[in-house]
Write a protein that binds this ligand. Sequence first.
Ligand code: CA
Length: 351
Amino acid sequence: MKLNFRILFLTLLLASSLFASQKVYKLNLATTWGPTLSPLFDAAKNMAVLAEELSNGRLQIKVDAANKHKSPLGILDMVKGGQYDLGHTASYYWKGKDIATLPFTSMPFGLTAPEQYAWFYYAGGLELMQKVYAKHKVLSFPGGSTGVQMGGWFKKEIKSLDDLKGLKMRIPGFAGEIMAKLGVQVTNIAPGELYTALDRNSIDALEWVGPSMDIKMGFHKIAPYYYTGWHEPASEMQFLVNKRTFDKLPKDLQKILITAMRLSAYDMYVQNYDMNATAWQEMKKEYPNIQVKTFSKEIMDAMKKANQELRDEMSKKSPELKEVLDHQDAYMKKIREWSKMSDYLYLKDNI
Ligand code: CA
């Protein structure tokens, strides 16, 4: 009798632990992107699928595109406030709320994607990002890199600084502030109206992303000069996680979520690399007159000077931003030497 009781007790214990381990956690995620914006939206979707598969269905994440929640630039607030458990967006959108979040996307003349991933995962970048986001009660993780973004589409060739004076260009954010310092008339136009604005000469130039995402916009059909990048060398998307939601997850699901985010982030970088190569071949074939150009040294030097001045001004206002920028700068000094010895010199001699 005593033995039976013990067996019954152990059976119940086992059943209850099995039941607990089968509890399904249902989370929701809001993206800044529309449902067809590849590869950005794909990164969020892939993460959700991976998390569900790795957890054997115990972690289910419903992904809402911007047309569902209607607040593409409100992701931080929604995750902070708990309307959404997670977000997929970009850190530099919060520059106006918290300037220290800016460098976690990409900085002009900053780290390249492999350098930045090394910084995030192995050199303290991720810890620094968590520290900055702690005051918002959210966790932040890399969410996929576009790699080098192109400098933009120009209707006329830009040969000197004078050619930039009075030029009407759509280039948002921090890069826009740099261009404004060089005399560019920076305008902000909704993405859906960009093609028409460029076609009707309301603007003379614009920047978007790179071939992978520019091809659908059609800019190459009306602006033949495609300038190489300087302002977003490694734009990293961002997963945001409500801290309370994360803390309530069992340890194994926390680990699965982190793994799914990390894998889908890296996968977006690779997917986009391939999409860029494919889209560029298509563009070039259809419009052989497209000319790839690099800004002159005179222009680059002026951009670098304006960049430094703006960074210094912002750093004076925010010691926290200064801490992040100094940390990135110190790491760049170290890793750039290796990038030069490895990828740069290899490519230079094999192109
Ligand atoms: Ca861009």
